[in-house]
Design a protein around this ligand. Structure first.
Ligand SMILES: [Zn+2]
Ligand SMILES: [Zn+2]
Length: 356
């Protein structure tokens, strides 16, 4: 079964080809179909901002490392006991690449993100098929195309970010980073009643995208004074909610200064293992009473992300599509940054809801 994988560990951005990481298409055996499993013929699998981190060996260095956790497809086969979700062969689906076991101590305590068996069904989905436990699979709404449906997983991250901000209607909100998570978080926060909704992003096309999808203001952190602009946008109050979706060490430093007193600041990205941010406890925690938090994965968010999909503007995030065999080129395009999201078509599946 053809699967997109990291075939050599290294930064995909390294100008030196000898040390640069490499993406290729390898042949993996198809996973066995357990009694409670669902086999999905994958339609689209999106490249995630975290995938290049996998190429750098963030989660291990034994190659090949199969990739792909943002996917849509069609149910091809069901295990003989996979009947609790009502799924049928032929259903259009997306899902959660992680299976929360439901039985370990964290799962039973309502903290599935810390499930001790979280990796058991984490299988590469940038492949012809993927086999998941039925609890991971969600039927797409009729109005959502397979093309858009592969964004269920990143949408679940945006929903979890929104959950963790504890936003109240009318809160002023800033988002740093206009990649897919930042753009999806922006749309989700807009529907949560965000005001003075501001995207901080150096790439002009991404700022324009945010303005098309509900941002009230945008800041170019390279060309503009981010603090002065934030003061202007919020009439000196600061933002009640600040979300980092950039994962960039340089970008996150100034976010505590644009936060209002009592604000919540959420670091909603992946950061380098060794990144440490200086934090003045007197200024930010004592005097300003900031709440700082983050997001690892998104338990309990998938059913609501599924509800949100028909309401989101997803065309801008599904413009760049490559065939499975052109995966290396797709990753080069992702790294190039011209498109916020790059998709891989793993099978050409006829979709009655094909996006116009
Ligand atoms: Zn992802
Ligand atoms: Zn568990």
């Amino acid at each position: 079964m053809r699967t997109v994988a990291v075939t050599k560990i290294g930064s995909l951005r390294d100008p030196d080809e000898d040390v640069r990481g490499r993406i290729g298409v390898v042949d993996f055996p198809e996973q066995p179909l357990g009694g409670e499993d669902v086999r999905i013929r994958v339609a689209y699998s999106a490249i995630c901002g975290s995938d290049p981190h996998l190429a750098e060996g963030f989660f291990g260095t034994d190659v090949p490392i199969g990739l792909g956790h943002e996917l849509s497809g069609v149910v091809e086969a069901l295990g003989d006991r996979a009947h609790r979700t009502g799924l049928q062969v032929g259903d259009r689906v997306a899902g959660n690449f992680l299976r929360f076991c439901g039985t370990c101590t964290p799962c039973r305590a309502g903290r599935q993100q810390f499930c001790e068996h979280i990796q058991d069904y984490n299988r590469p989905g940038m492949a012809e098929t993927v086999t998941w436990h039925e609890s991971q699979v969600y039927k797409l709404p009729d109005s959502v195309s397979l093309l858009h449906g592969c964004l269920l997983e990143p949408t679940s991250v945006a929903v979890r970010i929104a959950d963790k901000t504890h936003i109240k209607v009318g809160d002023r909100v800033a988002i740093c980073g206009g990649g897919p998570i930042g753009q999806l978080a922006l749309q989700v926060m807009k529907r949560n009643g965000a005001t003075s909704l501001t995207l901080i992003e150096p790439i002009a096309e991404r700022r324009e995208m945010a303005l098309r999808h509900g941002a009230d203001a945008v800041i170019d952190p390279v060309a503009e004074d981010q603090y002065a602009r934030s003061e202007g946008i919020t009439q000196g109050a600061g933002f009640d909610v600040v979300i980092d979706a950039s994962g960039a060490a340089r970008a996150v430093r100034g976010l505590l200064d644009i936060a209002a007193k009592g604000a919540t600041v959420i670091y909603g990205a992946m950061y380098p293992h060794d990144f440490e941010m200086p934090l003045n406890l007197s200024d930010y925690l004592y005097l300003k009473e900031l709440t700082l938090t983050g997001v690892f994965v998104s338990p309990y968010a998938f059913p609501r992300a599924l509800q949100m999909l028909p309401y989101l503007e997803l065309d801008d995030l599904t413009q760049s599509v490559f065939e499975l065999e052109d995966a290396a080129e797709a990753f080069a395009t992702h790294i190039g940054g011209a498109y916020p999201k790059v998709l891989i078509r793993c099978n050409d599946i006829d979709d009655p809801r094909r996006a116009s």
